[in-house]
Design a protein around this ligand. Sequence first.
Ligand SMILES: *Cc1c(COP(=O)(O)O)cnc(C)c1O
Length: 397
Amino acid sequence: MSDRHDHFETLTVHVSADPDPATGAVVPAIQMSTTFKQDAVGQTRDGFEYGRSDNPTRRALEAAIAALEGAAHGIAFASGLAATQNILYLLDPGDRLVVSDDVYGGTWRLADKVWRRYGVQTDAVDLRDLDAVAAALAGDGTAPPARMVWIETPTNPLLKVVDISAVARLAATSGALTVVDSTFATPYLTRPLELGADLVLHSATKYLGGHSDVIGGLVATSRDDVAATLRFHQNAAGAVPSPFDCWLVLRGLRTLAIRMDRACANAAAVATWLQRRAGVARVHWPGFPDHPQRELVERQMRLPGAIVSFELTADEPVTRRLAATTRLFTLAESLGAVESLIELPAAMTHLSVAESPLAVPPGLIRLSVGIEAADDLIADLEQAFVAAGVAAGVDAG
Ligand SMILES: *Cc1c(COP(=O)(O)O)cnc(C)c1O
């Protein structure tokens, strides 16, 4: 980047978009070459030698996520879980990992089904409870102190908010690394490294890509030692994104701020409507004025996010009917794109954690609110409520 940009919105548009010095192209090129000419043995141009080790399009994306997170280093992977796997390579056999008790199901599966076999023990803790965090980090007679704490905030699908600064302080005191999976917040809403985290991770498949057309993962850190280990494993284990995938994420990033503004405003309208709709038992959304963590939400998040989950007073068949009856909200997994999605976590995204400590309420519905018109989204939900047989009308109160 040639200029300093004071506002995040400006940075998202201009980061990694300096005109190409050779052609003047205002969009980075998709460089497909897998190998790069050396001018003499071992003498590369700008460090490029082989496409798994480094690639110009990937380097542009890595610079972009570093800039957006205020980090010294950005590192790109083929998926959010490939990024997760790479961070877990920082651990050794015998180490302990502490995770949010409603961490992303795939993160739990990787830790519990794969890393456990290699001698890494994972404990799930409610990271809102700082006494429990301190105890889990310290370990006891049988468990060594934790090497890493894995925060997700807001959590999926119950949208609990974790105090990143407080957990990072406790972790630093006990010598553990703090990782924040910031997929739901994006750097537009929360900047975890500024709050004391050592690493921040994104499933770029979600808001950063933003159009449901690319799988990707990104990590940012300002720790040189950690970045060097991650880079070593990025190349050694090889779960790298394609140049085209990197380009799609770069393209998505340019509209991140404006997409998040609209999606968060729509989520506020939908959550408020749900809270007043007859037949709704509970709505989970961090932006309600009476949310128990309101002070933290305001301190840590620019906006309260665009994921909303809710439970009906009716039983599960009605819930399933409702989720299959919306027209604008597509019944599908994933989240964070321009189009609105609806799903039942217990039967879909969170099926893999069904019998685990991370099991979710069976009747919970999760919405990923997109950037359509809020009135159309609410009208779609209303017709689905009626079609599913949930008593019509909005509660007077
Ligand atoms: C989707 C997701 C992941 C995994 O990312 P993939 O790109 O699907 O591998 C990790 N964390 C969170 C919070 C997610 O939503």
